[in-house]
Design a protein around this ligand. Structure first.
Ligand SMILES: Nc1ncnc2c1ncn2[C@@H]1O[C@H](COP(=O)(O)OP(=O)(O)OP(=O)(O)O)[C@@H](O)[C@H]1O
Ligand SMILES: [Mg+2]
Length: 284
């Protein structure tokens, strides 16, 4: 009996958070590195389903860097990177679309459905959700890499309102209908801003933003983030992450966090607790 009462108490403790987030949109970037283990994938899916059933509107945007890399390696195609961005020729773009839209996206949809929810997979070209233009780096053409110019979130609204969890692959489309590879963090940040999300959560494969000594920063300001990038403390895949969190806050998103996706039930821990114990919170 006592253990049943304790279970009831756990639910009651969650009530203030349920009230606070009821009806609110939470955009979750599911990193390619955080989705490699079966047990974690299942725990992620169950968390998403739970959030949906208690009345939040979770929107998933996924990455897939490692999955793209392994498929490219299998077909014997090598990639070059310019400032962390994959130079994407037409052949590489075919692989990107197949892997992100055809494989990774489907796996996430199916895992959410195995967890008891209903999900709908989309790419940013569905409903012209993610409008992009060709990105250049210091004037250099890097192929089919897109820079977000506009988000038309109506397709997300209609999927969410109908009781489904939207799962978005970061592929954008330009004015001529040509598709582009988009950084998933950038896509998630843009979507969060367009949807007026309460929260943006980027799940990844580290504890959060680490300082020069490798210590977790539980909070970080815009100013410090810029300083760490300039000093080379924040590098590689962490650069677009901090950039998109800062931009999202500037565009009206309530809170932005980087969360350790290797922790079981990372999403629930973040939403149902007050302390920023599971990652880095960005403060304007
Ligand atoms: N200061 C820092 N603190 C934490 N991680 C950092 C820092 N600087 C660089 N990184 C790197 O950023 C990586 C996270 O970004 P990465 O792009 O690799 O993963 P992801 O975005 O979760 O996955 P994907 O790009 O496939 O969606 C970490 O694994 C780490 O190696
Ligand atoms: Mg990344």
């Amino acid at each position: 009996m006592q253990s049943l009462i304790e279970k009831a108490e756990v639910l009651v403790e969650a009530l203030p958070y349920m009230r606070r987030f009821f009806g609110k949109t939470v955009v979750i970037k599911y990193g390619g590195h955080a989705m490699t283990e079966d047990k974690l994938r299942a725990s992620f899916a169950v968390d998403v389903v739970l959030l949906k059933f208690i009345g939040l509107k979770p929107v998933i945007v996924h990455g897939g860097g490692p999955q793209i890399a392994s498929t490219l390696a299998r077909v014997g195609k090598e990639s070059t990177f310019v400032e962390g961005l994959r130079v994407t020729d037409d052949e590489t773009m075919d692989v990107v679309e197949m892997v992100l839209g055809g494989k990774v996206n489907r796996e996430i949809v199916e895992s959410i459905q195995r967890g008891g929810g209903r999900a709908v997979g989309l790419t940013g070209s569905d409903g012209a959700l993610l409008r992009v233009r060709r990105k250049t780096v210091n004037g250099q053409d890097i192929g089919r890499v897109g820079e977000l110019v506009q988000v038309d979130s109506r397709v997300i609204d209609s999927v969410s309102e109908s009781g489904f969890v939207p799962v978005v692959a970061p592929i954008g489309v330009d004015d001529d209908g040509l598709t582009y590879n988009v950084n998933a963090d950038e896509a998630a940040g843009g979507l969060a801003a367009a949807l007026g999300a309460e929260k943006l959560m980027l799940l990844t494969d580290v504890e959060g933003v680490l300082d020069a000594d490798g210590q977790l920063l539980s909070q970080i300001t815009s100013k410090d983030a810029q300083k760490y990038v300039a000093e080379g403390v924040i590098t590689a895949g962490m650069i677009p992450k901090v950039g998109c969190c800062m931009r999202a806050l500037g565009e009206g998103v309530g809170r932005a966090h980087i969360v350790d996706g290797r922790v079981l039930h990372a999403l629930l821990l973040e939403i149902f607790t007050d302390d920023a114990g599971v990652g880095t919170l960005f403060v304007p």
